[in-house]
Each structure stands twice: as C-alpha cells, then as structure tokens.
Design a protein around this ligand. Structure first.
Ligand code: 26W
Length: 818
C-alpha cells in the first residue's frame, strides 16, 4: 500500500490543545474551568473533524472528476463502534491528543469514555461493513458506505435477577453526537404505495405517499492515507411537518401523525439476525435507504445534469449488496432507468446487471429473505411488475438453455403459486454480475448446495472473498501493548497498513526474551480486563486463571449450549472429585439473543445461573468461574479480545458462514478451539494445524448423520459426563429446584438437537484435555500464540478489499493524492 501524506503530523500537542479550547469556547460556549469530560470529547471530535475536511473534499472531488470507478457499499447495518480514537489514530493526531488532554487537565480515558457507541448493527455483518469502509479509505479507494441512521440501534441487554435477558431501548442520541452531519441540501424523495397506470403507452407509477430522506454524513478517514470517504446514513423525515387543517380543528395529536409515520421508517434497527420476519416496516426501511442511495449516486456523479446519459453509470460506481437486505435496489435501478430516463428494457437491464454484485452471509436457508408478492405489490407496485418481468425473462433464458421444468421452478425469482413470493437471494444472483460467499468453505457450499442450481447455470458468476477485520481498531487500538511489541519485533509500525508483515514475527516465536515479553503483554491485558470488569460489572476475576471466551450472537447453530454443557460437566467433575488436575479457568460469554428467539434466551438464562451456582459453591472456588458480562458490543470486544487466551469457535460444521471474531482473536494472540467451519478452516491452514485445537464433526459427517436418522440420545447415553451435565440442568440445580425452567432445552437436546451438540460433546471434552496440557507448558502455548499472530496477517480487511477490487469491482485506489 502506498503511504500518502500523513495529514497535519507536524501539529504540536499544544497547538491541538488550542484548537480544542477554541471549539469549546466558540462552538460550545463552555469555559474550560467548568468543562466536563463529555464537553472535551465534543470539542476534540470537532477539532479532529476540521483536520479531515480538506482531505474529505479532495477525495470527493477526485472521485467525481476522475476516472476511477467508485464503490457503493449498500448495507442495512454499519456497526462502526466509537469514532474518536479511531479518527485520531487514522489522521495521525493520537500523540497530540495525549498531550493536549494532559494540558487541559483531563485523562484520555475519561474523554474517550464520554462517547456513546452507535449500535447500528446486529453482529458480524454490520461490523464487517464498518471494517470494509475503513479499509476502502485506507487503501484510497473512492467509496460510499450507504445505510440507515437508526434512531435506536441494537437493544441494550440487561439481565434480571433470574438471569433472563431484558431488552432496553438504545437511546444513543440523547447526548450531542458530533460526527454525523445532516446534509439537508442532498435530501431525496422516496415514495411508496399507490398504483401503476398506463398513460399513452407510458407506464407511470402514482405513489400514494412520500417521505424525505435526509443524509447524515460520517467522515471515514483512511489510516494515514490522506483519503477520507463518506458513510452516508439516511434518516427519514416527513414532508408534511404539520397538518394545518387538523391543527385548526384542534386535533393537536392528529396533526403530527404523518410526521410520526414517516419518521418511524428509520426509528429502529430490527434485532433479528437470522430469521427475517416479513415485516412491512422492514421492507420500507430497505427500499427507503436503497432508493435514496441510488438517486444520490446519480446526483453525485452527474452533477448539474438534467438528463445524463446513464449508459456509463457502471463505470462510475458499482454497488455491493451486503446480503439480501438492499436487493430491492435491482428493480429500483431498473425503474429509474425505464420510467425516469426512458431507456428500453435491454439497455436498462444491461446497466443494472453491470452495476450490482451480491455478497451472501449465510448458509441457513431460513435466513434468505423472501418477501410476499402481495406486500411488495402494496408498497411498491411498479417494482413488483418489474420483478415479474425479470423473472419471466430469466425463465425464458433457462428454457432456451434446455433447463428442465423442475429445476426452473426451483429457481424462479417470483414463485407462481397462489401466494407468490419474491426470493431476494435469487433476484440478487440474476440481477448482478458476481455472487460471493465470505470464506472458502462457505463459497464452496453456496455453489454446491444453497445456490447450486444457479452456479450450474452461471458458473462464472460465483467467487469467494474471505472476510477480514481492520487491524487499526482490533489490534492497534484494542491492544496497544501487543502493538508496541510487534512494532519493536519488526522494527517498524508499517505492519498496520500491510498486515502480512506480521510474518516477520515467526522467527521470534523461538526467541526466549520475545516469548517472555509476549507473555507479559497477555498477563497485563488480563489484569486490565479484570480491573475493567470489576469496575463495570462488579465481577471478581482471577487473572491467573486461563481466560476462555465465547463471544458472538446467541444462536443454536453457534452452540453456546455445547460450551455450557462442558462447563457443567467440569463443575460436576470437581464436585465428585474426578477433576484433580483441572486447570483453573475463567469462562467468558458475551451474547445477545433476538428478543423473539425463545431457545436462545433460555440458553442465556442457563449460562447466568450456572455462573451463579458455581460462584456460590465453595468446593469450586479458584478452579472454575463463568462470567457473562451483559450487553456485548464493540467496546466490550475491544477489552476482552486482547485478554483472551482461548477462543471458542465451535459452530456446527457448515453453518457459520465465516466468523470474524475468530480472526480478531487470532490476531491478538489467542488460540482457537474450533470446528472445521467458516474461516476457521483458513485460519488453521495459515497458523498451522499444530497451533489450532480442532475437534468435531465435519460437513460430510453432519450430512451423513442428517441422512441417517440422527439420534442425540445415543450420544448422551454413551458419555456419562454428558448425561450427568444434562441431568443437572433437568433436575433444577440451576433453577432453584424448578424442573420446568429448562425443560424446553433439555427436551431439545435429548430428542432433536438439530445442530448436533450431543454428537460433538465427547470430542469437545477430549480437546479440552489437550488444551489444558498445552497450557501447562506456557512456553509452548505462547509460542503457538505468537505463530497465530504472525500468520494471521491475511485476515486484514485491507486484503479482503484488495480481493474485492481484483475479483469483483475491477477498480483501484485513486491516483496519488498531492
Ligand atoms: C433478519 C434478517 C437478517 C438476516 C441475516 C439480518 C442479519 C443477518 C446477517 C446476515 C447475520 C450475520 O451477521 N451474518 C454473519 O455475517 C458475518 C460477516 O460475513 C459472518 O462472519 C458470519 O459468519 C455470519 O453469521
């Protein structure tokens, strides 16, 4: 990667302090003597923004006037995390900030703590989008992130006295939010409903209502690249601010109804992360942000042109569809080209299919969005017509290729039975140029199973881009100690922009003093986390135990229940004296469950109560602890990952598309215990099988078991440890004697166990034994951990973006910035 100008690196800490003072005084009207950390935070954010503005406009100008195709990353979620420390680092003002804070009489930590985390995503998919906009800017690729500025992000999770999850609204905008800038002049109109009429042979959509889409812009500073891209998050507003008629009739409440309805569209992020509900409001959200974004891109790339020639549009920008959520963009661009610009069908189709590409993030068939034709017809009647024609044309093409009728029926975009459905993944596959999965195994399974019919007909369309994570946030900022050690070991800090350089650490895995330093870093991070968790959650944690973490959304396929059953088995072994040699451990869980997902919520309750029972049992003291901090989010990830020694990636093989937590942990020197699933496969290949704790069924085993009447009971009977663990759950040990509480879980384990946790239990217990043996040899453990760091450079999101550039987008960084 080319290093471009490091903006304003020459600024001194005192000068930066003055800029902060000026913000405080002239923007906020606050005197330093009475300023709170939150005031300082707002002032620093304002001062940093000022340093970004010139690069921001230069990047935009170079993008619009140059010949480099831009990328529009369309995503319903951007889980960006706190912005301040990242912006300081990327623009090169981190050291100045350290000095300025001191001069102003504040600690850096208290200023950074004043920022609220925007929770505008559910989990991996949203965080991936945030890593990708960071890498796009760092590589200097002209790009927009396009999404939604939800007023309420993912719910705040609390636990009640019974250990149950309680969801609280995430009021993230109650304090000043200094990053987003509402650009009213770039608003767009988005319309819904109504009917389609034919006027003199011209098709006209007469919508019933419209809302105003106001863009709120977030600057996305590249890491020392001199480039700043835009994350444009749309907010819905009403055009009818106030219904005067209703007001005059003194129906005060009614007067604001249209406004309330319009603003509801972007009010809240849906907290479901795998089983989409066919909810009208969700479709409204999807169409809302995608329609606004498409019009915005046209306005951006053809400024001041009334009727531009859009045949060159795919050379200006290509849109990446982050899962099926923005796929309604395909018929929308068709509608714009046909109805607003008057292109014929074939020209419009050519432009559209060259503009879009689709990333699939799942393998669970139930997670692929399907919208009822009826609902689409009601909200977007013209789009339904267009989808109908896309489907008809597609079917004709298939017939011409000699595809048989049965396969054609399986492939229809719009099903033709009494209750027509639109399959968004199929629409995305047909209406774009490329389809990619998010890890090698996942892409393979997409081709062979989930989208098999399509990969047979369009083999060239399918490709893979393995996910990645940004090393700036997840190594440099989250783990400053390890970062300093890496920089020392490599003799340069340029690894942050070129993560393959970590390879250079491999020889140091055998260097006694480096090993020792590495061990000290981990130990210091563990102590830090123990302190943080004591202050934040009131936890007592012994930093001399092994830190073993499983953090991710709560999902049956991810198998938190396998982990908790193993913990219970170990607890039982301690109790009955058969665990003489057990290694002292602290097991961390972090997980939110979708509010309507009963099994997931019950698993949360179980974990909390296992933690409680173990804590209250003096027999176990010092040997085993479970800690489940509530409200797992980016901030907590940034604290826990650097302190973790063992990372749990134990999904049923063939179910986790990729995982990205696995990459963050490996880069921070944790060893993985995992199945051959998602990106685990590639991590293991790179770090070496001897530095990865593999266990469990593989995809073929799983298929075989499904085919042959899988019977969980046989595994329960075969392993007394498993039987004992389930008995303890069933007999009320973790529910104060109440046998009913966990009955649904117990019954699922014994009779269904769709994700085969029972079948993998014995292998999982065995590998834990191996883990303990390795851990007892701290030198061997740390050697493996260093090799994990050294060999995980591939998992930088910079590399993922480079793969997208080469395989899908066929564009490049902007020419040198001078
Ligand atoms: C309710 C609709 C819905 C359905 C699926 C909302 C959100 C989703 C996402 C696709 C869930 C998700 O985050 N998937 C994860 O995406 C990551 C990034 O590619 C992968 O690493 C994870 O394996 C995958 O589960």
């Amino acid at each position: 990667m080319t290093e471009v100008t490091a903006p304003k690196a020459s600024l001194s800490g005192s000068e930066f302090a003055n800029e902060i003072r000026n913000k405080l005084k002239y923007q906020q009207g606050v005197e330093l003597s009475s300023a709170t950390p939150a005031d300082i935070y707002v002032a620093v954010a304002g001062a940093v923004r000022d340093h970004l503005v010139d690069s921001w406009s230069r990047t935009r100008n170079d993008m619009v006037s140059g010949n480099t195709k831009a990328v529009g990353y369309l995503s319903a979620e951007f889980l960006i995390g706190k912005q301040l420390s990242n912006a300081l680092l990327n623009v090169g003002l981190d050291e100045q900030f350290a000095q300025a804070a001191k001069e102003l009489g504040f600690s850096q930590a208290e200023v950074l703590a004043a920022e609220r985390e925007p929770g505008l995503g559910n989990g991996g998919l949203g965080r991936l989008a945030a890593c990708y906009v960071d890498s796009l800017a760092s590589l200097g690729v002209p790009a927009f992130g396009y999404g939604i500025r939800y007023r309420y992000g993912i719910f705040r999770q609390e636990f009640d006295d019974a250990g149950r999850q309680v969801e609280k609204p995430d009021y993230w905008l109650t304090e000043e939010e200094p990053w987003g800038h509402a650009d009213y002049q770039r608003s767009q109109r988005v319309s819904f409903g109504g009917e389609v009429v034919e006027n003199d042979g011209v098709t006209v959509w007469k919508p019933a209502w419209s809302v105003r889409a106001v863009p709120v812009d977030y600057m996305v500073p590249g890491y020392r690249s001199g480039r700043v891209n835009t994350l444009r998050l749309w907010e819905s507003r009403s055009y009818d601010e106030f219904d005067l008629g209703a007001f005059n009739r003194s129906e005060y409440m009614e007067a604001v109804i249209p406004q309330v309805d319009a603003e509801n569209i972007t009010k809240i992020l849906y907290p479901e992360d795998s089983t989409p509900q066919g909810k009208r409001l969700r479709l409204e959200q999807q169409y809302f942000f995608v329609a606004a974004s498409i019009h915005d891109a046209i306005a951006t790339f053809y400024p001041g042109e009334d009727h531009p020639d859009l045949r060159g549009f795919p050379e200006k920008i290509c849109f990446q569809l982050n899962d099926t959520h923005p796929v309604i963009g395909i018929p929308e661009l068709m509608r714009v080209l046909l109805d607003e610009y008057g292109y014929d069908w074939d020209t419009a189709w050519d432009i559209t299919t060259r503009t879009f590409n689709y990333t699939c993030h799942t393998l669970l068939p139930e997670a692929l969005e399907v919208w009822s034709g009826e609902l689409i017809g009601e909200l977007l009647p013209r789009h339904l017509q267009i989808i109908d024609r896309i489907d008809a044309q597609f079917v004709e093409g298939l017939q011409a290729k000699g595809i048989d009728g049965e396969q054609i029926d399986r492939m229809r975009i719009l099903t033709r039975d009494g209750n027509p459905q639109v399959r968004m993944a199929f629409l995305a596959t047909v209406g774009g140029s490329h389809v990619n999965g998010v890890a090698e195994l996942h892409s393979q399974l997409l081709r062979d199973v989930t989208l098999k019919d399509f990969s047979e007909v369009f083999p060239d369309r399918f490709t893979n881009v393995t996910n990645g994570v940004t090393p700036r946030r997840f190594v440099r900022l989250a783990n400053p100690r390890l970062s300093a050690l890496i920089t020392e070991g490599l003799g340069t800090d340029s690894w942050m922009a070129d993560l393959e350089q970590l390879q250079g650490l491999a020889p140091l895995a055998d260097d006694a003093s480096f090993l020792e330093r590495f061990a000290e870093v981990k130990q210091a991070n563990k102590r830090d986390f123990a302190d943080f968790a004591a202050a934040r959650y009131g936890f007592s944690i012994d930093p001399n135990t092994m830190f073993d973490s499983m953090v991710k959304r709560l999902h049956e396929y991810k198998r938190q229940s396998l982990k908790i059953l193993a913990v219970i088995a170990q607890y039982a072994a301690i109790k009955d004296g058969s665990a003489e040699n057990l290694l002292p451990r602290t097991v961390f869980f972090g997980a939110k469950a979708a509010p309507g997902y009963a099994m997931a919520k019950l698993t949360i309750r179980l974990i909390n109560n296992v933690a409680r029972v173990i804590d209250q049992d003096p027999d176990v003291a010092g040997r085993l602890q479970v800690r489940f901090p509530e409200n797992y989010n980016i901030e907590l990830a940034e604290h826990l990952i650097p302190a973790t020694e063992l990372d749990e990636q134990i999904s049923q093989a063939g179910k986790e598309a990729s995982g990205t937590g696995n990459m963050k942990f490996a880069l921070n020197g944790a060893l993985t215990v995992g199945t051959l699933d998602g990106a685990n496969v590639e991590i293991r290949e790179r770090v070496g099988a001897e530095n990865f704790f593999l266990f469990g069924l593989e995809v073929e085993d799983v298929d075989r078991l499904y085919a042959g009447n899988y019977n969980p009971m046989s595994y329960v009977q075969a392993d007394p440890r498993l039987k004992k663990a389930i008995d303890l759950v069933a007999n009320g040990t973790f529910s104060e004697g109440d046998r009913d509480v966990y009955a649904p879980l117990v019954s699922d384990w014994l009779t269904k166990d769709y994700f085969m946790a029972m079948a993998d239990f014995t292998a999982y217990m065995d590998i834990q034994q191996e883990i303990e043996d390795t851990y007892r040899d701290q030198k061997a453990w740390n050697r493996s951990a260093i090799l994990n760091v050294a060999n995980s450079g591939y998992f930088s999101s910079d590399r993922s973006i480079q793969d997208y550039l080469d395989r899908i987008w066929h564009t490049a960084p902007l020419p040198e910035n001078n």
